[in-house]
Design a protein around this ligand. Structure first.
Ligand SMILES: Cc1ncc(COP(=O)(O)O)c(C=O)c1O
Ligand SMILES: [Zn+2]
Length: 373
């Protein structure tokens, strides 16, 4: 049966309830049977809505889309190993977050939600603000006062209100949570419909590999919306009989803020309290990811791993990618830095996919700070 469910207290709700978390306070997940009519899918427009039967939205009329998705996947050599790069920076707002935003904001229209609240260090805020603008929904984005000016400017251009909060990312999330008591929390970390959008990355990767699963997917991890989305997507493909094995999911964190790395490597039950250092990968500087436990479970189930990388490795990867034509933001380069570590022990012939999650054009100030010539 399709619905929202809580893994903590086991309550179930209809997909049409205006809820973003369980009454017990825990995160909600979505139970939904995905279907893949392959011939029909392949005849449709090249965007993420081609997987219509696998997206839990009742009426097509509620879709809010800018033709996002079906991003190119290209082969590239990294340290002498051939990998598939999925160009997720080629989205209307410049990052993969449009996957989640298109599906979540469409669902908001279906639910009759008129006001959205979101907190973000940048990319998710840009994506929610853009799709709310397209769908004529009022939008309020809570941001850390040190958020990059490029992303703040972009959010403002979409007509969203910007609430600057001083303190760390957790303080911003707490302010948004308080505001969400009165509104609808369009949160990429809490709201399960966001993951129903990011999961389409797995469908595209599989289709672009001629309906085969890759062996390995390497992604940056902060709140885990890409990693968990990919996990849900591959699980849908497994349940639909399209693939027969869950790919290995490799999450990469920046060493100065790596709670999940520490939890995984330490075999801990909970996210450890960490002292957060500065990192150029500000998009994943999340000390307490809400879905941390789920991220670790997904990685374990896929026989994957978590890698941590230093800022110097991220910078080196940024520079290396620029030299072969990919202008990505520092948070995206985290996956490349992690891949460089992973590839040292990879099996020959392994099919490895690395999403390049966000454009470098939103990080001009940081790039200048790196003194690139
Ligand atoms: C460019 C980029 N890549 C990767 C991520 C990681 O996403 P998540 O926090 O959902 O794990 C983010 C998050 O904001 C991002 O901005
Ligand atoms: Zn509950």
């Amino acid at each position: 049966m399709a619905g929202l469910f809580c893994g903590h207290c086991k309550r179930e709700y209809s997909l049409d309830e205006v809820l973003w978390r369980c009454e017990c306070g825990s995160v909600l997940d979505i139970e939904f049977e995905a279907n893949f009519p392959i011939q029909e899918i392949m005849g449709r427009a090249p965007n993420l809505w081609r997987y219509r039967e696998s997206i839990p939205l009742a009426r097509d009329g509620n879709i809010i889309s800018m033709g996002e998705g079906f991003t190119p996947m290209v082969e590239e050599d990294i340290d002498g190993v051939s990998v598939h790069l999925k160009l997720e920076y080629m989205f209307p707002t410049g990052s993969f977050k449009d996957r989640g935003a298109s599906v979540l904001v469409s669902k908001m229209r279906e639910l009759g939600v008129k006001d959205a609240i979101e907190d973000s260090s940048g990319n998710a805020g840009c994506a929610i603000a853009a799709y709310c603008a397209k769908g004529k929904i009022d939008c309020h984005i809570y941001v850390p006062d040190r958020a990059p000016v490029e992303k703040l400017t972009q959010i403002g251009m979409y007509g969203s209100s910007i609430e600057r909060i001083s303190g760390d990312r957790e303080a911003v999330a707490a302010a948004a949570l308080r505001a969400a008591e009165q509104g609808y929390y369009a949160s990429h970390s809490w709201n399960p419909f966001f993951l129903q959008g990011t999961k389409t990355l797995a469908f595209e990767v599989c289709e672009q590999l001629n309906w085969r699963a890759p062996n390995t997917l390497i992604v940056p991890v902060g709140n885990g919306t890409l990693l968990l989305g990919a996990y849900i997507g591959f699980r849908d493909l497994l349940a639909g009989g399209i693939i027969d094995k869950m790919p290995r999911l490799i999450g990469v964190q920046a060493a100065p803020c790596s709670p999940l790395f520490q939890m995984f490597k330490g075999g801990l039950e909970d996210i450890p309290p960490i002292t957060q250092g500065d990192t150029i990968a500000e998009g994943i500087a999340i000390a307490k990811p809400i879905r941390g436990g789920q991220i670790i479970e997904a990685i374990k189930e896929s026989k994957g791993d978590i890698i941590s990388v230093r800022d110097s490795q991220i910078q080196e990867s940024l520079r290396m990618m620029g030299r072969v034509g990919y202008y990505i933001e520092p948070t995206s380069a985290v996956a490349i830095a992690g891949a460089k570590t992973y590839l040292k022990g990879a099996t020959p012939g392994e099919t490895i996919v690395i999403p390049l999650t966000g454009t470098g054009l939103k990080a001009t100030q940081k790039m200048m700070g790196l003194g690139m010539d």
